[in-house]
Ligand binder design. Structure first.
Ligand SMILES: Nc1nc2c(ncn2[C@@H]2O[C@H](COP(=O)(O)OP(=O)(O)OP(=O)(O)O)[C@@H](O)[C@H]2O)c(=O)[nH]1
Length: 427
C-alpha cells in the first residue's frame, strides 16, 4: 500500500497551508522532515529540513496513529506557512521518499471509507459540506456528514433483521411445534419502517433543492418590468432593459443567497403571441423553465392571460406600480414592494426547505424505494395470509441489501469512482 500525500488547503498564497500524509510510512515522512516523530495528537513545532539538511520552514506538525485518524491509517499533517515555495519544497521532499505518491482527488476519504471510518452517506455528506455555499446547505450537509442518515438506516436495518429472525424461527421449526404466528409482528415492524421511509422519501425533493438551489421564475407579458425587477432583486444590471417589447429572449439567471437558501432567479421572455420565430422559441423556453420553478412571480398589467395559471405558491403582482398605483403591485424601478416580495419568497422557500430530511440524493431515493417496494410486497403477502414464510424472508433479505447499498456496504464499486471524482485534491 502506497503512502499518499497532498496539499489539503487551497492552492496559492495563504497564511497557512496544510499538507496531509496518510499510509503505512506516513510517520517516516516526519522522521525525514523533522528528524523525529512527534508525539501523536499533540501539536509540535518542528524545523522541517530537506535531504541536504537545509531549512524549509518552521511548521506545526500533527501526528495521528493508525485507527485514530481520519483515514484510519497512520497520518501526519504539516501546517506550513502558506507560500507556494514552501508547499512546493515540502511536496518535493515527500515525492522523493520511497513508496510515497501524490494522492488522487478524494483518495484520503476513499481510504477512510475502505477502512470503515465513514459510511458512504457520510462521504456524500462530506462532499456536500465542502461544496456548501449557503447556511442551509451547510446545515443539511453537516447532518448527513455526522451520520444522521447512516444512523436511520441502521435502525431500519435492525428492525428488518429482527423480522427476519422471527421468520427464521418459523421456518426452522416448521415440522415441530411452531411458536405463535409471527406474521402479525413482522407486519407491524414493516409498517413502522415503511412510515419512516416514506417521510424520508418525501423530504428528498426538498433536500435536493437545498443542495442544488431553488428556482424562482419571473414571468409576464413583454415590457411589464421583469428584467428591471430582476436587476432590483440582484442589486446589479444582470438583464438588459429596454422599452422595446420582447427584449429578453433567453432565460437570464441570477443566483442569490436568501437567508441561507440558495435561490436562482430567472428572468424570462415576455409572454405574448408573436410571429417572430426566435421570440416564440424564447417564450416556449420561458414557459418550460417557469413550469419547473419552485415559485413563479407573475407580473401582470391587469389583463387576463391564457399563458399562465397560478399554483398555490405562485405570486401575482401588478407591474410598474408607480404608474398604475393600487395594491398588490411592484416596481423594480422605484423599489416599491421589492423587499415584501423577497420576504414572501423567503418564507415560502423556508417552509419547503423545512421538509428536508437527511436523505439528500437521487441515489438515496433509488435505494429507499427499492427497500420500500420489498416491504410493500411483504405486507401484501401477509395480507393474503401466505404460509410461505420463505417468500417473506427473501423480500426482507432484498430490502436489507437495498439499505446496505445505501450506506455502501454492498454493490458500490462502480459508484465510488463517480462519487470520488468530484472531490478536491487533498480530501
Ligand atoms: N415606470 C416604470 N417603468 C418601468 C418599471 N419597470 C420597468 N420599467 C420600464 O419599462 C420598460 C421595460 O422594462 P423591462 O424590465 O425591460 O421589461 P420586461 O418585462 O423585462 O420586458 P421584455 O424583455 O420585453 O419581456 C423599460 O423602459 C423600463 O425602464 C417600473 O416599475 N416603473
Amino acid at each position: 500500500m502506497d503512502t499518499i500525500y497532498a496539499l489539503a488547503t487551497a492552492q496559492g498564497k495563504a497564511g497557512v497551508a496544510v499538507v496531509r500524509v496518510s499510509g503505512p510510512d506516513a510517520w517516516k515522512s516526519a522522521l525525514h522532515l523533522c528528524g523525529r516523530v512527534p508525539a501523536p495528537r499533540r501539536a509540535s513545532l518542528c524545523r522541517l529540513t530537506d535531504a541536504n539538511d537545509h531549512l524549509i520552514d518552521c511548521a506545526l506538525v500533527l501526528v495521528f496513529e493508525k485507527g485514530a485518524s481520519f483515514t484510519g491509517e497512520d497520518c501526519v499533517e504539516y501546517h506550513l506557512h502558506g507560500s507556494r515555495a514552501i508547499v512546493a519544497a515540502v511536496l518535493k521532499a515527500l515525492a522523493d521518499l520511497d513508496d510515497f505518491r501524490l494522492a488522487e482527488p478524494g483518495e484520503f476519504t476513499r481510504r477512510a471509507l475502505e477502512n470503515g471510518c465513514m459510511d458512504l452517506t457520510e462521504v456524500e455528506g462530506l462532499a456536500d459540506l465542502i461544496d456548501a455555499e449557503t447556511e442551509a446547505q451547510r446545515r443539511l450537509a453537516v447532518r448527513v456528514f455526522e451520520g444522521a442518515l447512516g444512523a436511520k438506516v441502521a435502525r431500519w436495518r435492525e428492525q428488518l433483521v429482527h423480522a427476519m429472525a422471527l421468520l427464521a424461527v418459523t421456518i426452522d421449526f416448521s415440522d415441530e411445534d411452531v411458536p405463535d404466528d409471527v406474521t402479525a409482528e413482522v407486519a407491524t415492524l414493516m409498517r413502522s419502517v415503511q412510515e419512516d421511509l416514506q417521510v424520508e422519501l418525501t423530504g428528498i425533493s426538498a433536500a435536493e433543492r437545498v443542495r442544488d438551489g431553488f428556482e424562482v421564475a419571473i414571468i409576464g407579458p413583454p415590457n411589464i418590468g421583469k428584467s428591471t425587477l430582476l436587476n432590483a432583486l440582484a442589486g446589479r444590471d444582470a438583464a438588459l432593459i429596454s422599452d422595446i417589447a420582447g427584449t429578453t429572449r433567453d432565460v437570464i439567471e441570477v443566483r442569490m443567497d436568501l437567508s441561507g437558501l440558495p435561490v436562482t432567479f430567472l428572468d424570462t421572455a415576455g409572454l405574448r403571441d408573436t410571429n417572430d420565430h426566435v421570440e416564440t422559441l424564447g417564450i416556449a423556453r420561458a414557459l418550460k423553465r417557469a413550469e419547473q420553478a419552485d415559485i413563479r412571480v407573475f407580473l401582470t398589467d391587469g389583463r387576463v392571460t391564457d399563458h399562465f395559471m397560478p399554483e398555490p405558491d405562485d405570486i401575482v403582482l401588478r407591474g410598474k406600480s408607480d404608474l398604475t398605483g393600487g395594491s398588490a403591485g411592484i416596481s423594480g424601478k422605484t423599489g416599491e414592494g421589492v423587499s415584501e416580495l423577497l420576504a414572501q419568497i423567503t418564507a415560502t422557500l423556508q417552509q419547503k426547505a423545512s421538509q428536508a430530511g437527511v436523505a439528500t440524493q437521487e441515489r438515496h431515493r433509488i435505494a429507499m424505494k427499492r427497500a420500500n417496494e420489498r416491504l410493500e410486497h411483504v405486507l401484501m403477502l401477509v395480507e393474503i395470509g401466505t404460509e410461505q414464510t420463505e417468500l417473506l424472508a427473501e423480500d426482507l433479505r432484498q430490502a436489507v441489501s437495498a439499505l446496505d447499498a445505501l450506506v455502501g456496504k454492498v454493490d458500490v464499486e462502480d459508484l465510488l469512482d463517480s462519487i470520488f471524482k468530484n472531490f478536491c485534491l487533498g480530501k
